[in-house]
Write a protein that binds this ligand. Structure first.
Ligand SMILES: [Zn+2]
Length: 112
């Protein structure tokens, strides 16, 4: 089964990295915009907007990095032959779940 699973994981990883690069550029632009202006005073409405944007970007970037890490770990499990096996109960994870969450390590029920 591994080739198509692996291709799908590699594709998702590449898409996440593209998006990550775009968000990092946006983040750098927001940071330099706030440094160029005096708008970084938190009492200034403009500054608060920039701070909010930065916080949003920081959290999106952190999410994407976590996704890439999870996809890397999933690719390692493909290589090790343990991909699609629930880490909690040891039974196969349904393909429908893996289709939605390809980096899933457990069943929905076992994840909680
Ligand atoms: Zn399980």
């Amino acid at each position: 089964m591994s080739t198509s699973v692996e291709a799908a994981l590699v594709e998702r990883r590449a898409a996440a990295l593209d998006l990550l690069a775009a968000l990092e550029r946006e983040h750098a632009a927001v940071v330099s915009a706030s440094e160029d202006s005096n708008a970084d005073d938190e009492h200034d409405p403009e500054g608060a907007t920039i701070a909010f944007e930065r916080a949003q970007l920081d959290s999106s970037i952190a999410d994407l990095r976590a996704q890439v890490d999870q996809l890397d770990a999933a690719l390692e499990r493909v290589a090790a032959g343990t991909y699609g096996i629930c880490e909690v109960c040891g039974l196969p994870i349904p393909p429908e779940r893996l289709a939605v969450r390809p980096a899933a390590r457990t069943h929905v029920a076992c994840a909680g």
